[in-house]
Design a binder for this molecule. Structure first.
Ligand code: NAD
Length: 472
């Protein structure tokens, strides 16, 4: 068979298999099997058990993909997921109950309530930086919501993807949770063209988010987009420099800066620049030692393409600390840079790596002007102990989320919705919002038949005075 025909045949065969699998999910959803509280609770409990049974395999895989230590893998991946899972198990029954709402005078004596209805067949797409947490945490919401799911891990964290695939395939039939691996566009574009998902939940870059949004729009599929961007950290004149430095270093160099809410760059008053740099260096050396290449607690860059992109930023300014790198081990030292031009690549791209530009400012307006070049960051951080300064920054920087005197920990509180706005995304999840995201809030009005006044029926002539009293 000529090569072109073979490719065409393979593609058609893939589309056939894919359609069959997706239709099987639809049919299973339509049986109603996934909708009872007992079913959802059982799946969540089974998932918890199998993840715990695979804890060691997950540690190994996360170390292979990203050189994450066990402790970091627990805190930011497995433990994080279990925390969300346990919270959901605890609250699911309550969330599934209808919520009564008042009935207005016009509709008396009806009763009104809302109920969270499962969406149907949903698709969850994960990135590589927290390959387990960012795929399995939304899965908790999707199962809790009573849906069938297509789960697509990132192809760039293959060891973790293999363990997750085994967990899902050992646990769930493919007509309930379908695990699909491969290159994003190749695997998903034909699905989006052939099949209408009831929701697409995507975590990844803004560039791909835009493509997915367009594909979803063609089928009027609602989306949650958890995207990235440049999250700034502003240091005010009154900030506690030591604490600010420790908290910035903690989030910036965890997972080698490959974190969607890592502080992308720092803005510090000119007079405090050197104090901050000294404190940042102290914190780096206290957390990771002076030889980060051999530190167990310090990770690696995901692949050579990302490594090349990141070392390319070294030419965009002056390295005041760090700057060592090694392609063979995908190592980049925690690096601090100054004298970075606003027109350079490092100030236009999301850095997503262990390089921290330190910019100075002499007025709030000047700092704001820099931040507004990349509006609506996923997270915004301000370090101050002054309430007026805090309010100034929180009201002037619209962002997905924010911390005052902290970085990134806001996403570990179930009570705080997590998500972006504008270019950093739309929609959100975590805690109850995960359940809400994967369900539809249906409004129901129930009206008794023992009373049926003529007022509501035509002809309306002569009833105007009463309608005016009841409506408006
Ligand atoms: P990515 O966009 O390259 O890939 C993410 C997923 O999308 C992968 O599973 C990939 O296979 C799939 N994909 C790629 N191209 C596709 C296409 N054309 N159609 C359908 N699917 C496609 O993102 P990434 O590089 O894996 O992740 C890094 C980005 O994600 C950063 O910008 C980061 O800020 C962002 N991020 C955001 C969050 C958040 O919660 N907001 C969390 C982590 C990462």
């Amino acid at each position: 068979m000529p090569v072109l025909s073979l490719i065409k045949f393979k593609l058609l065969y893939y589309i056939y298999l894919m359609n069959t699998s997706l239709e099987a999910l639809r049919q299973y959803f339509q049986t109603g099997a996934t909708q009872s509280y007992a079913f959802r609770l059982l799946q969540l409990k089974r998932l918890k058990q199998l993840v715990l049974e695979n804890e060691q395999a997950l540690y190994q895989a996360l170390h292979t993909d990203l050189k994450k230590s066990k402790e970091e893998s627990w805190a930011t991946e497995i433990g994080f997921f279990l925390n969300e899972l346990n919270y959901t198990i605890e609250h699911l029954k309550g969330w599934m109950q209808p919520t009564s709402v008042p009935t207005n005078l016009l509709n008396q004596p009806s009763t009104c309530y809302t109920v969270q209805e499962p969406l149907g067949v949903v698709c969850i797409i994960g990135p590589w930086n927290y390959p387990f947490q960012l795929l399995f945490t939304p899965l908790v919401g999707a199962i809790a919501g009573g849906n069938c799911v297509v789960l697509k891990p990132s192809e760039f964290a293959p060891a973790t993807a293999a363990v997750m695939g085994k967990i899902i395939q050992d646990l769930f039939p493919a007509n309930y949770i379908l695990y699909v691996e491969g290159e994003g566009a190749q695997v998903l574009t034909p699905m989006f063209e052939q099949f209408r998902f009831d929701h697409i939940f995507y975590t990844g870059s803004t560039t791909v988010g835009r493509i997915i949004y367009q594909q979803a729009a063609a089928k009027l599929t609602p989306v949650t987009l958890e995207l990235g961007g440049k999250s700034p950290a502003v240091i005010a004149v009154d900030a506690n420099m030591r604490v600010a430095a420790r908290r910035i270093v903690n989030s910036k160099f965890s997972n080698c800066g490959q974190m969607c809410v890592a502080p992308d760059y720092v803005l510090v008053p000119t007079a405090f620049k050197q104090v901050l740099i000294d404190e940042l260096i102290k914190a780096i050396e206290q957390f990771y030692g002076t030889d980060t290449a051999s530190s167990d607690g310090y990770g690696k860059i995901i692949n050579e393409r990302q490594w090349q992109r990141l070392v390319g930023y070294f030419a965009d300014g002056k390295i005041v600390y760090g700057g060592k790198s090694d392609a063979s081990s995908l190592f980049i030292e925690p690096t601090l840079m100054t004298e970075v031009s606003m027109d350079s690549k490092i100030m236009q791209d999301e850095i997503f790596g262990p390089i921290l530009p330190i910019l100075t400012y002499d007025s709030n307006e000047a700092a704001l002007e820099i931040i507004q070049r990349n509006p609506n960051p996923l997270a915004f951080y301000v370090f101050t102990n002054d309430l007026a300064t805090e309010q100034y920054w929180l009201t002037n920087v619209p962002s997905g989320g924010a911390c005052v005197n902290n970085t990134s920990w806001h996403l570990t509180n179930h009570a705080l919705p997590f998500g972006g706005r504008g270019l950093s995304g739309m929609g959100g999840y975590h805690g109850k919002l995960s359940f809400t995201t994967f369900t539809h809030m249906k409004s129901v009005m129930k009206t008794p038949t023992w009373i049926d006044p003529d007022l509501k029926y035509p002809p309306y002539k002569g009833k105007g005075w009463l309608l005016k009293k009841l409506i408006g």
